[in-house]
Design a binder for this molecule. Sequence first.
Ligand code: ZN
Length: 233
Amino acid sequence: MTLAIISDIHANLEALTRALQLIKGRRVDRIVCLGDVVGYGPNPNECIDLLVEEGIPSVLGNHDEAALDLSNAVRFNRYARVAAEWTAEQLTPVHRGFLQNLPMSITEGESLFVHSSPRKPHEWDYIVGTEDAEAAFQAMKTPLAWVGHSHVPGVYIEGSEFQEPKREGRTIINVGSIGQPRDGDPRLSFFLFDTGTWTMENIREEYDVERTREKILRAGLPAFLGDRLLRGI
Ligand code: ZN
């Protein structure tokens, strides 16, 4: 079976549409979303609609949680907080209901799907280096954990970073971000995974970033949120 794992859409409809188009061209059996469906971007309701239409399950992200309850946005930076307030105003009751029903994690076969970390997922810790990954490995009950949250793709393998992921070991894969990549590469990022052969592939692809940027400006969201998309920061 081939899985596509997407994350951190952040209400970017152009990027999500492009990613789904690419996925449809790759004979994927199942798509899973790792949360932060909304926040930062201009199309929260439309992105939720697309996930529902395509039957894509998702876990809860910290920006989804903040849009539901703004008290969770107090620790956000100014741009994220303004965007969370804007998003909360845009969400219809149906779309709020969708976010309210998102689970903290999903376990399927050899994989755990979670937004931030297998270790205390609700504390929203970041896994950006081997030290963070080492702590998270201890909490894993499956050989694989798929995470997002940092918007930076990376593969962390227990023991050594110079080996291939193994069923007997533990591996954490950060799939990067669909709607707001932050590794200096503005192209959308997601992973494909073959559950039989254990082959994984990080897909990077361009989308109509100018259009998303214009929508952000037109919505009255901070201009920085549009500009950062052009640079992938
Ligand atoms: Zn995010």
